[in-house]
Design a protein around this ligand. Structure first.
Ligand SMILES: [Zn+2]
Length: 317
């Protein structure tokens, strides 16, 4: 007996009363069978006319195809490249699944969940996360403007996923051996202007220093900005050295704001980041900047579709 036709199945489906969970399953399934050529076309389009990623020469000729992508040979350095050479997505396989994976990135799905939805194994899902997220993170403001709030948030360093620990293991839900911020803490510096543009930096372990502020902030702060921070000495030193106008609120003494002088926007970002991060049940220090970049991308709401994320990832930095 022949199986039901598509029209018959579709008729049954439209007659059925679907629960929200059923609709979600259908959406996931349809996302997976998205046109396999769509991803390739988007990649080629985003990289069209790009010069050689090795030497910058615009002159090249076509030389066959590899992994579905056009291959080019540079007329100056003679090396070959394709649209993904020099991007975090170079040499990743299964392009037909990328757009549905990127949808999982937009939905902040866990590694396991994304693996199930996209139909790849968990190690692939993990590897992809740390390629696609850095790709999307390339969409970053070049500089901040007007009033810029800067503040750090600290997280206990984590060697999650490492084969060899460089210290004694902590108990689950670990706490630092000593009180206060010290070399056991990763410092995430966030600067945010009042237009909502945000930049994040993993400065390393321990309290942020004036030299680190100089390294991270000076290139992104034009001369006419007003920097606002808490009373930490490092900010005052950095501002004095660089000649940037600076105001600070004495948060430790309970001061919250003086008119427009406050760090509430950047602190709001920190708290959104921390609550968003809970779902991942601890992140390794070496990936901290990927997670903050991921949150920055979601929070900025500039890249809102898998297509946007793919286009950002294909850009050369
Ligand atoms: Zn070249």
């Amino acid at each position: 007996m022949p199986g039901p036709t598509f029209d018959q199945l579709f008729g049954l489906l439209t007659a059925a009363s679907l629960a929200a969970a059923d609709v979600a399953r259908l959406r996931e399934w349809i996302a997976r069978i998205a046109h396999p050529g769509a991803c390739i076309a988007l990649i080629e389009q985003a990289a069209a006319g790009r010069p050689c990623p090795h030497c910058g020469c615009p002159r090249k000729h076509r030389c066959g195809q590899a992994s579905g992508l056009q291959r080019f040979r540079c007329l100056r350095c003679r090396r070959s490249h394709n649209a993904l050479t020099g991007t975090p997505l170079a040499r990743l396989r299964k392009k037909a699944c990328w757009l549905s994976y990127l949808q999982c990135v937009l939905e902040s799905r866990t590694v396991r969940d994304a693996a199930r939805v996209v139909g790849v194994d968990r190690t692939t899902s993990f590897r992809w996360r740390h390629r696609f997220v850095p790709g999307a993170m390339r969409d970053r403001p070049r500089s901040l403007t007007a009033i810029v709030e800067a503040d750090e948030t600290y997280r206990l360093e984590s060697q999650k996923g490492s084969r060899t620990l460089t210290r004694r293991p902590r108990k689950r839900g670990g706490v630092a051996a000593r009180r206060g911020i010290n070399q056991e803490h990763d410092c995430l510096l966030v600067a945010r202007d009042r237009g909502g543009q945000t930049l994040d930096f993993h400065t390393g372990r321990g309290q942020v220093t004036a030299a680190q502020l100089d390294h991270c902030l000076r290139p992104v702060l034009p001369a006419d900005v007003l920097l606002v921070s808490d009373g930490a000495l490092a900010y005052r030193r950095f501002a004095a050295r660089s000649g940037i106008a600076h105001e600070w609120v004495n948060v430790q003494a309970g001061e919250r704001r003086r008119g427009a002088i406050h760090v509430q926007n950047v602190n709001g970002w920190h708290s959104r980041f921390k609550s968003w991060l809970v779902r991942f049940r601890g992140v390794a220090s070496r990936y901290l900047i990927n997670y903050s970049g991921w949150q920055r991308m979601l929070d900025a709401r500039r890249l809102t579709t898998p297509r946007h994320l793919l286009q950002a990832a294909v850009q050369l930095s």
